[in-house]
Design a protein around this ligand. Sequence first.
Ligand code: ADP
Length: 464
Amino acid sequence: MDTDLQQNQQKKPKEGSSISLSSTINQKPGSSFRFWSGIALTVLLIFATSMVIKTIFSETLGYLTAIILFMIWILFQCFQLQKIVQWIKNPIIKNNFGNTGTYSYIYAAMVRLIRSSNRQQVLLYKTLAGFKRSTEAMSDGVVIIDNKNQIVFVTPNAERYLKIKSDLDMGKNIINLIRNPEFAEFLIKTDWSKSVVLEDLPIENRVLKLQIIPYDDNERLLICKDITKLKRLESSKKDFVANVSHELKTPLTILGGYIETMIELPLDKTKKTKMLQEMSNQTFRMERLVNDLLILSRLDTDETSAMHDEIFLESIFGKVIKNAHLINNNHHKINFRNNKKYNLLGNYEQIFSAFWNLINNAIIYTKPYGIIQISWKVNTNKEGVFEVSDTGPGIESHHLPLIAERFYRVDKSRSQESGGTGLGLSIVKNIALKHESKLEIESKIGKGSKFRIIFPLERIKKVS
Ligand code: ADP
């Protein structure tokens, strides 16, 4: 491969322009016969003319005529030779040599050579452009380096991942650009059968998987794959398992403790009832946790469930408001405003679960006699907005970006007191995402919070 690949890709050869003639082509069969017969004919004509002169005038005049004609012919050939040398220096296709004569054959052969060379250059240009396009389309970054680790070619993604600038860094040693001992060690070794995973190289917080494919004695491909998301997913999976185990451990330890006490100690009826009540609470807590985990796992894996059914919001609101009044021991004032003209397209179970989680949180976290407002409307952008606002404690702003993460709690003791699992808002966020919608939260300490799900207009259906 040409070392200055990029330059080659940018220059598209034009027919008729100055080019270097490096390849050979097959001459047309029969052209050598025509070449020699032309020379023979000229020599024959000179002889014939001198013989005629000799016969008509004298022998001396005949020989003189032959010598003069031969000299003229040689001079003409020298002139043509000089012309063709000039032309070879700048081979623009323009016939100055006529259709007969020795040099017209040389000219014709050269033109064929130029045309073939042009065709090969166009083909090479197309191949290189295709190669460039295909490597650019790859999500992986590709760098071609030579046997001295000098950069020959780099794709835009590789520029991004490795912070290489194709215009400035071409020809530079890649080890000097990416200053990382592990990377240098990987490049220097000769066994490239295994890929290597490197972090912070050179973009912070990015994890790259590098692989080298040698494809000729002098050059090799360095392929870089961005596996940052995969790595994060792996670590969040590990965190998730650790969190679930931790969440289950507490109620199980409490249950175990009570069971042991009940077996070993004689307890009066009041104590026994209290313990059984606590055991029931812990069992209920584990049940809620398992239920929420099941909902999340279904949301993560279930791609098939109907997501575009018309949801009759009247029915959902009827159910959630009834539930809200049932669990509302703190006598909150619950207001409800519903724009009955619009329904929603989505999954009934999921929408019910999202709406209920927000209302349930408002009831749990708002002090007795607080005010809870629930509303459904279509805003000026024709988006559907479901909102639950409360006069609860409010949430400090630094918690807001994390609050919908799994197991994130602002106040752990209050959440546990209320039987919270720390999964409610992550379920809401997940459901919103599944409906191409977003969860927005506004909150002021001491004033209260507003949780809003905004549905895109494609999911809004006017009630007929
Ligand atoms: P939980 O099951 O603990 O309620 P969520 O994911 O539903 O879990 O909520 C995460 C945290 O957000 C809660 O622990 C709570 O601290 C806070 N939170 C949620 N809703 C409200 C609200 N309406 N008012 C104040 N804090 C809230």
